[in-house]
Design a protein around this ligand. Structure first.
Ligand SMILES: *Cc1c(COP(=O)(O)O)cnc(C)c1O
Length: 392
């Protein structure tokens, strides 16, 4: 498809190319010094005590569950949002637990609702997952209070929110507020290593288990042995191979160096979208998180429109070569989750039927945002003229 504006574009430049080429030329490609440097920098910038680079965000979530020992509680429950990428729920199933989906706060604040979490807690609840939708903070204080009261860990799916200061948490970064935070560097995220991820924690014991489980449950790494450290090892747990490699860590280091600037560029674009939409589209189009004081990582530009015109508006935009998407089809409605005992999630389902995600990336221009909003305004006018009956 010959898009005028795609949904996302990775920001790559010659420093990225040079860093990867240098790693190739060094002859050490698997986990080694570059991964160590990437982890040290990520930990320092996010304020986490420990950061471990992993193969992807899904591996980060899987390791988080395992390092917290959740897999010991087969058949028990992890409360999480249904408005999320499927990874957190898939990994819940992978360790033999049951995802219990809680509703979101509202269509313009589509993060997990702490009151609904509290309602769904049972003696079998072993953890809660919060996801910072679009890079905007979930209601962490209330969620942390609930988890503390019940003595269970809060895991942050912070894949949309790397290096995002949270004012409500005294400026601490999203992903470092719960027991473990998980990040993804897939190519459509705010920074990318192609595939990749990071898992962070302040807990030394959890960090040790994460490190061990990331590498087969082995007590040493090839890199340690290469450096002349112990040449034998023991296997102390049934671990995975979720190691990041140095080629991708080289890219991670250069991407990370630009992340704060890129996040600021995204915040600027989010504000522009918000203001232009308010000025041009009337009340039929609402910008998600328009009221949020915390701009977050602005990973997504999401709008909510009347359900009856949502698909027609997407089609109209695609005819104008503007790519859009849906974040997300609710997890509990996927076939693989049919049969999970799930109570209705009216707010999540209504949100999923009325939301659209618009192009958002650091190199998008102000003029492009204006153009996209103008197209939305025109299409909405047309759709609403065509059938006033369509829009109540
Ligand atoms: C991308 C993403 C994941 C999965 O990360 P991968 O690196 O693709 O495995 C999980 N949760 C959210 C919210 C994501 O956006």
């Amino acid at each position: 498809m010959d898009w005028r504006y795609t949904l996302s574009v990775p920001t790559l430049d010659e420093t990225d190319t040079a860093a990867v080429a240098e790693c190739l030329a060094s002859g050490w490609l698997s986990m080694g010094p570059r991964t160590q440097e990437f982890e040290t920098r990520f930990a320092a910038m996010s304020g986490a005590r420990h950061a471990l680079a992993v193969t992807n965000g899904t591996a980060a979530l899987h390791l988080a569950y395992l390092a917290l020992g959740l897999d010991a509680f087969k058949g028990d429950e992890i409360i999480q949002p249904a408005i999320n990428f499927v990874a957190a729920a898939n990994m819940t199933k992978a360790i033999g637990l049951v995802p219990v989906f809680a509703d979101i706060v509202s269509s313009t604040e589509p993060t997990i609702d702490p009151d609904d979490v509290a309602r769904r807690i049972t003696p079998r609840t072993r953890a809660v997952v919060a996801m910072h939708f679009g890079g905007y903070p979930a209601r962490m204080k209330a969620l942390l209070d609930i988890c503390e009261r019940h003595g269970i860990p809060l895991i942050e799916d912070a894949c949309h929110a790397p290096l995002t200061r949270n004012h409500a948490a005294g400026g601490r970064s999203l992903g470092t507020l719960g027991a473990v935070g998980c990040f993804s560097f897939f190519s459509n995220k705010n920074m990318t290593t192609g595939e990749g991820g990071m898992v962070v924690t302040d807990d030394d014991g959890v960090a040790a288990r994460l490190r061990n489980l990331r590498s087969h449950g082995m007590t040493t790494l090839s890199w340690d042995r290469h450096q002349g450290r112990p040449s034998t090892y023991d296997v102390v747990a049934h671990g995975m191979n979720y190691r990041m490699d140095d080629l991708r860590s080289a890219l991670g280091i250069t991407q990370l160096a630009r992340l704060e600037d890129n996040n600021r560029a995204r915040q600027h674009l989010a504000l522009r979208y918000r203001d232009r939409i308010a000025a041009r589209c009337g009340r039929r189009v609402r910008f998600v998180f328009a009221k949020s004081a915390d701009l977050g990582a602005a990973h997504l530009a999401a709008i909510v429109v009347p359900e009856a015109v949502r698909d027609a508006l997407r089609l109209a935009l695609s005819e104008r070569r503007i790519q859009t998407s849906l974040h997300y089809p609710p997890v509990h409605l996927f076939s693989a989750f049919a049969g999970e005992a799930t109570e209705p999630l009216p707010i999540s389902e209504a949100f999923a039927r009325s939301m659209i995600t618009l192009p958002m990336y650091a190199s998008l221009t102000d003029a492009a945002v204006d153009e996209i909003v103008d197209e939305i305004a025109q299409a909405m006018e047309h759709l609403c003229d065509q059938g006033a009956r369509v829009v109540a």
